[in-house]
Design a protein around this ligand. Structure first.
Ligand code: SF4
Length: 132
């Protein structure tokens, strides 16, 4: 599945590009809603009412009218408990489905090519959590 030969360097630069702009869907599992609600000192019901909408067997995060994640305000407001979809970026199945797809995400994410090396095995482990 991984078309990239060798290891990949990655360290998030906090630019927010993947959290803002074009509309997207961020899957949030039921277990993740409980962790996020606790982190924000909200009840799960309050979290869902304000920040989420039903999606598949869980939820997705609402965005503002510009397509920005509601939890992003210059930085991620739920970073320590962010959903697996955010946590596993850029190592998503769809991004690693072809060299072309990876080149595209490389252009969008300035964190790729910086920071610690992720071995093929480490990337494979992260891919197990990729919902996309
Ligand atoms: S685009 Fe890359 S560097 Fe920017 S916030 Fe997202 S993961 Fe981090």
């Amino acid at each position: 599945m991984n078309p990239i030969p060798g290891s990949i360097r990655f360290a998030c630069q906090g630019c927010g590009h993947c959290c803002t702009g074009e509309p997207g869907t961020v899957y949030v599992s039921l277990a993740e809603t409980i962790r996020i609600a606790a982190y924000l000192c909200l009840t799960p019901a309050e979290l869902k009412q304000t920040f989420l909408f039903p999606f598949r067997d869980g939820y997705s995060i609402r965005e503002d009218k510009y397509g920005n994640c509601l939890f992003y305000d210059g930085s991620c407001g739920i970073y320590p408990v962010r959903p697996a979809q955010c946590h596993s970026f850029p190592f998503w199945l769809k991004n690693l489905s072809s060299l072309e797809a990876w080149r595209e995400v490389e252009r969008e994410c300035p964190g790729i090519g910086r920071g610690p090396l992720y071995s093929q095995e480490a990337v494979r482990r992260i891919l197990r959590f990729s919902p996309l």
